[in-house]
Ligand binder design. Structure first.
Ligand code: HDE
Length: 704
């Protein structure tokens, strides 16, 4: 085969050849570059200057004939597509799912029955309410959408990091989202529910109460995507080869365990690094620390459905793990960052209706509504019916049908036959009644009505169960979150109604929130037909802290240094941290780093003002006496430490760092570890592995 000629390196014109030109060509740095061309392939001679009637001293008018300019600007003008109406802000990664336990008995889906089957996945995490440019740390549900490119077609499990939802029927979704998004007259606030319209709506929508407990909990401010659970939310169905069906709920469980931040920390991370979650995902994959989850299922039959206290088709309810245990069936690893954010993360089109033979929908009215919505939204977002041909959306198994033409048709179909049945050509695609997708054969009978089933009417029992399944710390955080959010609501009657709604969950919770808001007088319960059951047992699986992993794996340590620091301490700390699976970042007054007492340079990852302690899980002050005294009057250093203390972080320090600890108001406790020698680093890491110093909280924050 003849080798293609190497692309020619265009030569920069001599400045004398460039008439009246003040601009310079900066990009000619030698080497071999391909020729720059238009979209049509015409070589471009000058990418710095538009075509003008000109002389050397004065620009004349720009010519309409400049097709190079017009094409470039035209393309730029159309670079954006409509952002998602919900889940606009997201980050994604590639990876694989591997089946470790077969569900063949329940499902004929190859991806759920063939042990060892590995399928590529693309996973997009998102916030719901904020616009694409909002902050990662908004208090919000996180989307957890997984596209599995199976050999039987794409299966999209479009879930969230919270197992229940705000509403029971799809017809309320536009109202919910309109209430949560920025208010239509003023265009703010964005990426938050702390405003009147949201609380007005939910205080009038008792079915939202269970979900409110979840989004006011620390689940709504995760430490990273790697520390989140994922849930399919709805009940789905599995179908085996004999046509037998079983109900199923899907759960993703993070290998690193659950972890969240503290609300004040979330507020500050939004300023310090609005890309905190996406950066964490990107960096961890780049560094080879691949995020991993287990896929687990809850399987149940018609008998359970009939005896369960609630309706399994009600998306505002969950099935406690204590009632139907999780069965782990596989693992998912994210090991590759996207090559291009727009082509992949932005153009990926998740659709709940993407299921494969062996998996089917249930009659959950929310799921049924979603099955319509997701295809519809892709048409307006991606511009036409051929979006499934975009590489990120295309199945990775053979795809053949007679759908033709349309905007941006990338395929060139040969032949005369674009219909079925046909005889004119051999080997045209045919349906297969056995291997093809079949719905569960379910007899349906009833009146055509706009109603909700009776069991859907209990809105408070599981909200109460959730609250009382939390640790005391977590309960305090939920109460504080209600107080924070409602304090931003201007309409006092909305506050009053919401507190009255909370009284249906528990009068104690309502009273605590009322106290925090400074409300006086008797709380009026909002009337309800189904009061909360008080007999549901606690479910420890609903708590983050009860099942948190006590480990340093995946944690980030911020180490503050200054001139005169002991380099050996830093080296040892880094080594020990790495061994434990954590990462150490150096924060110094100057980004070049600090000159250690032995004359070596300790290179910095963050300049002090750009590396606040909210970015780290725990902090260590490797300071000399001079360094500590210099930093003790530096506001950024004082707030670095003050915040670390207030956010209940484990703080390690050399003895010389004491002046800075004092100035920052750090009071000695179990989580403040100081010592002269390197021994303190071991004690520091041991304590840091156990997580935050929750016992410190009452001394730094008022709880109601
Ligand atoms: Fe969505 N949702 N949703 N949703 N949803 C969208 O689809 C919708 C619901 C979820 O990373 C949209 O492609 C309706 C529940 C995720 O690209 C849209 C209803 C759950 C994502 C849409 C719901 C979700 C979306 C916007 C009520 C958790 C992001 C853009 C019936 C189980 C996927 C898009 C991604 C995205 C509609 C409720 C999760 C408009 C009508 C419940 C993770 O089609």
């Amino acid at each position: 085969m003849k080798k293609a000629p190497a692309p020619k390196t265009p030569k920069a014109p001599k400045s004398s050849e460039r008439t009246g030109n003040g601009g310079e060509f900066h990009q000619f740095s030698g080497g071999t570059h391909p020729q720059l061309t238009t979209q049509q392939g015409q070589p471009i001679s000058d990418d710095e200057n538009s075509l003008k009637v000109s002389n050397t001293s004065r620009p004349g008018p720009v010519l309409l004939e400049d097709f190079v300019l017009r094409e470039k600007i035209n393309h730029f003008d159309h670079e954006r597509i409509p952002e998602r109406i919900v889940h606009a802000r997201g980050a994604a990664a590639h990876g694989f799912f591997e089946l470790t336990d077969s569900l063949e008995e329940f499902s004929k889906a190859r991806v759920l029955s063939k042990i060892g089957e590995k399928v590529p996945v693309f996973v997009r995490f998102s916030t719901v309410a904020g616009n694409a440019g909002s902050s990662d740390l908004a208090r919000d549900v996180r989307g957890f959408a997984v596209k599995l490119y199976t050999q039987e077609g794409n299966w999209d499990l479009v879930g969230n990091n919270i197992p229940v939802f705000f509403i029971q029927d799809a017809i309320k979704f536009p109202d919910l989202i309109h209430a949560a998004k920025q208010e239509p007259d003023r265009g703010f606030p964005q990426a938050q529910t702390a405003h009147d319209t949201f609380w007005d709506f939910v205080s009038l929508t008792p079915e939202s109460t269970h979900m409110l407990m979840w989004i006011m909990s620390d689940r709504a401010i995760p430490r990273s995507f790697r520390n989140m659970e994922g849930f399919g939310v709805h009940t789905f169905r599995l179908i085996n080869a004999a046509g037998k069906t079983t109900f199923v709920k899907f759960h993703w469980r993070p290998k690193l365990g659950l972890q969240s931040v503290i609300w004040d920390e979330a507020l500050k991370i939004s300023g310090g690094d609005p890309d905190y979650h996406r950066r964490d995902l990107w960096n961890s994959i780049n560094e080879g620390n691949f995020p991993e989850w287990e896929l687990a299922v809850q399987l149940f039959d018609e008998d359970f459905v009939n005896k369960f206290e609630f309706d399994v088709l009600d998306a505002t309810k969950l099935i406690p793990e204590e009632q139907i245990p999780l069965r782990v069936i596989g693992r998912m690893v994210l090991d590759r960052n996207p090559t291009n954010y727009f082509s992949e993360t932005e153009q990926v089109a998740f659709m709940t209706q993407n299921v494969v033979p062996g998996i089917d929908f249930s009659n959950d009215p929310l799921l049924q509504g979603r099955n319509f919505s997701y295809l519809d939204t892709q048409l307006s977002r991606l511009g036409g019916p051929n979006f499934a041909q975009l590489p990120i959306n295309a199945p990775k198994c053979p795809m053949m049908n007679f759908q033709r033409d349309g905007h941006m048709q990338f395929q060139t179909f040969p032949g005369r036959v674009s219909y079925s049945p046909s005889t004119l050509e051999p080997n045209t695609a045919r349906e297969d009644p056995h291997a093809g997708f079949n719905s569960v054969k379910e007899p349906i009978e009833g009146d055509k009505l706009r109603v909700r089933p009776e069991l859907f009417a209990d809105h408070f029992s599981q909200a109460r169960q959730f609250f009382f399944s939390q640790t005391e710390t977590e309960q305090n955080h939920i109460v504080s979150a209600f107080i924070f959010e409602l304090s931003k609501v201007e309409a006092k009657d909305v506050q009053v109604r919401m507190v009255g709604q909370l009284a249906n969950v528990d009068s104690g919770i309502a009273q605590r929130v009322a106290d925090g808001l400074g409300m006086e007088g008797k709380i009026e319960k909002v009337p309800t037909t189904v009061p909360a059951r008080e007999d549901l047992p606690e479910s420890p699986a609903l708590s983050i802290l009860k099942k948190a992993k006590k480990s340093l794996e995946g944690k980030l340590i911020g180490c503050l240094v200054a001139d005169g620091s002991d380099a050996a301490i830093v080296v040892n700390l880094r080594k020990a941290a790495k061994k434990a699976g954590a990462d150490l970042k150096i924060v110094a007054p100057k980004i070049r780093g600090a000159r250690a007492k032995d004359g070596s340079l300790i290179e910095a990852d963050f300049q002090l003002a750009g590396g606040p302690s909210v970015l780290f899980d725990c902090v260590f002050l490797a300071l000399s006496a001079d360094g500590a005294s210099m930093l003790s009057t530096e506001a950024a250093a004082v707030s670095f430490l003050h915040d670390a203390f207030a956010h209940l972080k484990v703080i390690g320090a050399t003895l010389e760092a004491q002046p800075l600890l004092d100035n920052a108001g750090v009071v000695a406790d179990d989580g403040v570890i100081t010592s002269k020698k390197g021994a303190s680093t071991d004690a520091f890491l041991t304590r840091a592995a156990m997580g935050r110093v929750w016992e410190r909280e009452p001394s730094v924050r008022t709880t109601y």
